[in-house]
Design a protein around this ligand. Structure first.
Ligand SMILES: Cc1cc2nc3c(=O)[nH]c(=O)nc-3n(C[C@H](O)[C@H](O)[C@H](O)COP(=O)(O)O)c2cc1C
Length: 368
């Protein structure tokens, strides 16, 4: 029996298995509104058997978008198109999750496939981003304007409003994006945060915004449903955010009622030297799970069912998040079930004949 395909319960929510679609920006929305692309993209992965299907980083304010084409939940009109998607995901037996995000100084960039680096300038339809300090991500990015204390309060409120809308839209898991060099991570990391007020310099001050956002989201998210936080365990740069700080942050988040830490890495610095390889971030998830005594998700170059199963069996993480592998093969969970010798995953009724490879078949055979 594979653990990977076993249900997993957090609070009163049971995921049908431990495979999650990791958040993946599609850069395909107009005005933050989900459309047919998002329905088919996310819907396909629910059909493919993933237990938890996360939306891409969904911006809590318009200026918090990485690109002008990101999904958003900063107004009520953005709820209905997402509701259509959660309805479909739920009908496939999967759980819809949403990642709420603010890009901070990494906002207002080009869609990646255009091959243009750096910021879209205001005169070209972009905007000046905001951040903890006036430090640009790299020379090609616009330096952000420094958030005032009043603006910080507005950011917290934007996360809360977006969480309420996400609930109305039918999401069951909310994930606060505090990783990959986006706004909350920018406050965590001394590389991007050089403030002298209560949000900067010492560890207690740098984690303040992530704690305040998470606490406020937890307050409006129903008690029976889980809250995740995605963190970058390390900046992979000396004097950057590090794994010891991550372990301590995870302890604080657990005390606020966070259910699972989704452990990624990097994103703050272009100078990071990342030893990429199969499962290269999993050791951080394991450390957080053991030392902070909280459930973890692991992500990053996990591609093989046996690899995922091993991670779970050896207690390194509680769920497996897959990104690119699920782009390559939306049916990965169904194939994984085959590979691991189980019969837990159920092909959609409409596709069940796909599993018989031996016999010829005609439309008329499909009636029984
Ligand atoms: C197209 C694409 C878009 C992504 N967008 C997001 C995102 O919106 N939020 C996020 O936290 N990570 C994002 N990521 C990172 C993935 O969630 C994941 O952490 C990373 O790709 C490593 O996993 P993998 O090796 O399974 O692809 C994105 C990755 C890809 C490939």
């Amino acid at each position: 029996m594979s653990l990977l395909l076993e249900p997993y319960t957090l609070r009163q929510l049971t995921l049908p298995n431990r495979i999650a679609v990791s958040p993946m920006c599609q850069y395909s929305a107009a005005d933050g509104l989900a459309n047919d692309w998002h329905l088919v993209h996310l819907g396909s992965r629910a059909v493919g058997g993933a237990g938890l299907v996360f939306t891409e980083a969904t911006a809590v304010t318009a200026e918090g978008r990485i690109t002008a084409q990101d999904l958003g939940l900063w107004n009520d009109a953005q709820v209905a198109p997402l509701q259509r998607i959660t309805r479909f995901i739920t009908a496939q037996g999967a759980i819809p999750g949403i990642q709420l995000a603010h890009a901070g100084r990494k906002a207002s960039t080009h869609r990646p496939w255009l091959g243009k680096r750096g910021s879209v300038k205001p005169e070209d339809g972009g905007w000046v981003p905001v951040g903890p300090s006036r430090i640009a991500f790299d020379p090609e990015h616009t330096a952000p304007s420094e958030l005032s204390l009043a603006q910080i309060r507005e950011v917290i409120q934007a996360f809360v409003s977006a969480a309420k809308r996400a609930l109305t839209a039918g999401f069951k898991v909310v994930e606060v994006h505090a990783a990959h060099g986006y706004l909350l991570h920018q406050f965590l990391s001394p590389l991007s945060n050089q403030r002298r007020d209560e949000y900067g310099s010492c560890f207690e001050n740098r984690i303040r915004l992530t704690l305040q956002v998470t606490e406020a989201v937890r307050e409006v998210w129903p008690k029976e449903l889980p809250v995740f936080v995605r963190v970058s365990a390390t900046d992979w740069v000396e004097d950057g955010w590090n794994p010891d700080e991550t372990v301590e942050l995870a302890r604080r988040l657990k005390a606020l009622g966070v259910d699972l830490i989704d452990v990624s890495s990097g994103g703050t610095s272009v100078h990071a030297e990342i030893p990429v390889g199969p499962g290269y971030q999993t050791r951080f998830a394991e450390r957080v799970r053991k030392e902070s005594e909280i459930a973890t998700g692991t992500v990053g170059m996990i591609t093989e069912p046996a690899q995922a199963e091993h991670i779970l069996r050896t207690g390194q993480a509680d769920i497996i998040l897959l990104a690119r592998e699920l782009l390559r093969d939306p049916y990965w969970p169904l194939h994984a079930d085959d590979d691991l010798g189980g019969n837990k995953a159920v092909w959609p009724a409409q596709y069940q004949r796909a599993t018989s490879r031996e016999q010829p078949i005609h439309e008329s055979d499909l009636r029984d």
